[in-house]
Unconditional design. Structure first.
Length: 148
């Protein structure tokens, strides 16, 4: 029941992607892991944002995006819900890392050590919410305005 509640609270309403086909040969050598820096895996492309806006209009639009995407079902400011507390987020992580985690959470969990640790600690995979490159600066403006 808890898993269903979490899915409904954080889900985007999109159907789940198909599972990948099994590997063709178990004897094939595994691929070398890609280097991961403080911004997360470089092969997870994100738009360059520059500075996070702080104007009232961007913050207000970001709050609408936060509500529309259901972020508050899993995240809060000043306390832990299902996912981590967002207070101090921009001090703990770089902007590209945050973008990658929001836009490609499943890939980050597979490839980024910090994202893997979050998954282990919270035991819930963050769902992909479909936040666009255009919406990202506004969402981050709202998060930062709340102490994130």
């Amino acid at each position: 029941m808890l898993a269903l509640l979490i899915f409904v609270a954080c889900g985007s309403g999109e159907s789940a992607p198909a599972l990948p086909a099994p590997a063709a040969a178990a004897s094939a050598a595994p691929a070398a892991p890609a280097a991961v820096g403080p911004d997360g895996p470089a092969e997870i492309a994100v738009a360059a944002l520059g500075d996070i806006p702080a104007d009232a209009a961007s913050v207000g639009e970001g709050e609408k995006i936060y509500g529309a995407k259901g972020c508050g079902g899993c995240h809060s400011f000043g306390s832990k819900l299902v996912g981590p507390d967002l207070v101090g987020l921009t001090g703990r992580r770089t902007t590209p890392w945050i973008q990658r985690m929001i836009q490609e959470p499943d890939t980050m969990t597979k490839k980024d050590p910090a994202a893997r640790e979050l998954f282990k600690a919270h035991m819930v995979q963050m769902p992909k919410q479909g936040v666009t490159d255009a919406d990202m600066p506004k969402l981050l403006a709202f998060i930062k305005s709340k102490g994130g």
